[in-house]
Ligand binder design. Structure first.
Ligand code: AMP
Length: 356
């Protein structure tokens, strides 16, 4: 196994909070990071020594970036796959372009998981209002219309509850390539986060029970409770199958609904994930450190728990102002992302509480 030795430079596409936490983990292991992002600056700028401002479709700038770093990774998946192909032509990209292109297309993702034997919500591709009306006939009108691409934190989605909702939903998502999903009745949501090394070694973190508010992750709690725990073996087997099929290197997150029939796959993210922020203090090795280890071809760290119970809460919008009260409880670990403006719905930081 050839590894990229400490002292090398890790290129990261995207300069948000995930890039920031990756850069901190990389620095601890003796690596430098170089961010490539279209913005002038961002949360990762405070901790990454190098930043190139560039568009994700600027092939020349991406090629120059790729040749200036030892490995390229990304902190968000809505990068044009063509851009990733450009990068791959000039150096190592981990996770690979195939993982990215499947994960950023809801239809491709669901088909891929079904082909591997996974359970998903019933779904149908939608390219027009006619398609949508036909899909409502087969799937039922209790459904969610989601844009195929560029959706995150519940954006690009419209809920339907009766057939007459089709026109409004189609307009609401901007009449673009989409997928109609049947509404899944579930008691709880959870994620499986794994890391896969260059040698195929796979490790899982404990699964957190995730609670979303307005489509945005609110809390992640470990242990996840009996219902989810009863489904973890099956969900992990599915996540491992996905990672092996993609010859995946790095951290992979798969989100599931805990439904009466077993775990229903919802979506995956080919990267570190908000539902794994608790691993910074709550696990022996964080998702960020193990992602760096994996993409550099190093042995992976222990993913075991560091506490009996771990609670992660996102600080959304004005909740960031609670920092003093949060710090007055010594069990809390505060992470602020350095964002100046606390807009509603914006992830400003998170707090992790350990119960030892
Ligand atoms: P997503 O962007 O796919 O993660 O969706 C955001 C949230 O909407 C999920 O975390 C669920 O709470 C809910 N959701 C998404 N898809 C479905 C579905 N097919 N059935 C029920 N709830 C869903």
């Amino acid at each position: 196994m050839t590894s990229i030795a400490p002292g090398a430079t890790i290129g990261i596409l995207g300069g948000g909070q995930l890039g920031r936490m990756l850069a901190v983990a990389a620095a601890q292991l003796g690596y430098r990071t170089h961010i490539y992002a279209p913005e002038v600056s961002g949360p990762a700028a405070d901790v990454s020594p190098l930043w190139t401002r560039g568009a994700y479709d600027d092939a020349a700038a991406l090629a120059a970036f790729a040749t200036s770093v030892d490995v390229v990774t990304y902190e968000f998946e809505n990068v044009d796959p063509a851009a990733v192909e450009v990068l791959a032509g000039h150096g190592l990209v981990r996770p690979n372009a195939r993982a990215l292109s499947i994960a950023q297309d809801r239809l491709a993702e669901k088909r891929f998981v079904c082909d591997l034997g996974g359970m998903t919500a019933p779904f149908a591709p939608v390219e027009s209002l006619d398609d949508l009306e036909a899909a409502v006939e087969t799937i039922g009108s209790r459904a969610i219309l989601k844009t195929n691409r560029m959706g995150y934190d519940g954006k690009g989605q419209a809920r339907l509850s009766e057939p007459g909702d089709a026109v409004g939903a189609w307009n609401a998502i901007g009449r673009q390539s989409a997928i109609l999903e049947g509404f899944v009745t579930f008691a709880e949501e959870f994620s499986v986060i794994l890391v896969r090394g260059t040698d195929g070694d796979v490790r899982f973190w404990d699964s957190a029970a995730n609670v979303h508010v307005d489509g945005i992750l609110s809390t992640s709690i470990v242990p996840a409770g009996a219902l989810i725990e009863g489904q973890i073996t099956a969900a992990r087997a599915m996540a491992r199958k996905i990672a092996d099929a993609l010859d995946y290197v790095g951290v992979l997150t798969c989100e599931f609904f805990a439904n009466a029939e077993g775990p229903v796959f919802n979506e995956m993210a080919p990267r570190v994930h908000n539902s794994g922020h608790w691993t910074i203090e709550g696990a022996l090795t964080s998702q960020f450190e193990n992602h760096v280890r994996a993409i550099c071809g190093l042995p992976l760290g222990d993913t075991g728990l560091a506490a009996r119970r771990v609670e992660m809460r996102n600080l959304i919008g004005e909740q960031v102002n609670e920092w003093l009260a949060i710090l007055s409880d010594p069990a809390n670990h505060l992470h602020l992302y350095g964002k100046a403006e606390a807009r509603p719905g914006r992830k400003m930081g998170h707090v992790t509480r350990l119960i030892l």
